[in-house]
Design a protein around this ligand. Structure first.
Ligand code: ZN
Ligand code: ZN
Length: 320
């Protein structure tokens, strides 16, 4: 693991190049003196107003799964009406579904009670199990686009599911790096990151006996957060109810902070690749900047928020 330099000063306005814990990936952390979280707000959609045109309020798609059955559902999974990947096209084979988080158009994901988020997790588990056994599907991805900067075309709280006919190369690359780390250290890189960051303290946002939320040392995105189980778990389906409750509680806390500041974000579940022993992580990537020439041409990312600052901001110790 690339051990962060303990002498680095989080309050400094000097830029610093940082390397990812175990990937060949660099970021330029370039904090801005005039930084204010509300300057990253791009909330343009009147999310709080019910919409006559919302496809999710007026969805006519048959439900693939819902809780409970009947008209008064709280969580519902439907086929994606605008799917690019379909099972009847061998040129772009795949499955796309949408998880409607709530029937109420005016509620944000982070405003739902923890018990309701647990029902959304039940939908994740059910669809992961169902899609993974479909012939031709090699990886199932669950993600959320929340807010206009995160690519959410519909404001109504929802998540998306992609059943893919291939292992995404980015995840394969990370999987290779994790396996290489195992070979070198006879240990899981994420387990080591957990130990290291808990010792360091400056990037641990919150946590309980099951999960830790941390802002990674070489975050690509301002206010980026990883939710890591303390237990070395490969798949979402392996979590017990107590662990899921922790995850829901912490995810709600982090997304509520972003929502309150009007910051768009994506989150996604990163499970172990099939037949591998990789550590589950839920990654939250806020979208405060547009990637421009430097990022697009080189993959070298400029992040204007230090992870140490982001940690204090999530903890409510900094308001500007
Ligand atoms: Zn709606
Ligand atoms: Zn691990």
């Amino acid at each position: 693991m690339n051990r962060p330099n303990p002498s680095s000063n989080p309050s400094s306005s000097n830029a610093e190049i940082r390397k990812h814990y175990f990937l060949d990936q660099y970021v330029i952390i370039a904090p801005k003196r005039n930084l204010r979280p509300d300057s990253f707000s791009h909330a343009s959609e009147p999310h709080k107003a019910p919409s006559d045109h919302c496809p999710f309020c007026h969805n006519a798609e048959p439900s693939l799964w819902q809780l409970p059955r009947g008209k008064n559902w709280r969580v519902k999974v439907i086929p994606n009406a605008f799917a690019a990947l379909t099972t009847d096209n061998p040129q772009a084979f795949g499955i796309q579904e949408v998880v409607l988080n709530t029937p109420d158009h005016t509620l944000e994901f982070s405003e739902l009670p923890v018990e309701h988020i647990l029902e959304i997790f039940t939908a994740y588990r059910q669809r992961l199990a169902e899609l993974k056994q479909q012939p031709g599907i090699r990886y199932v991805l669950i993600f959320k686009n929340d807010g206009p900067m995160a690519g959410a075309s519909v404001a109504h709280a929802h998540c998306q599911i992609f059943g893919l006919p291939l292992i995404p190369p980015k995840l394969e690359q990370e999987g290779d790096a994790l396996n290489h780390y195992w070979d070198q250290h006879q240990a899981c890189a994420y387990c080591h990151i957990l130990d290291w960051e808990i010792q360091q303290r400056t990037r641990v946002i919150t946590g309980d006996k099951h999960f830790i939320a941390l802002s990674p040392h070489a975050a690509s995105h301002g206010f980026e957060t990883w939710l890591l189980p303390r237990r070395h778990v490969n798949q979402f389906s392996e979590f017990n109810l107590s662990e899921l409750h922790s995850l829901a509680t912490i995810l709600r806390k982090i997304t509520a902070r972003l929502d309150a500041a009007g910051i768009s974000f994506n989150y996604f579940l990163q499970e172990s690749l099939p037949n591998q022993n990789h550590h589950f992580v839920l990654k939250i990537e806020p979208r405060i900047t547009k990637w421009a020439g430097a990022e697009l041409s080189t993959g070298l990312i400029i992040n204007p928020v230090t992870p140490e600052y982001a940690t204090l901001w999530y903890q409510g110790k900094i308001n500007r």
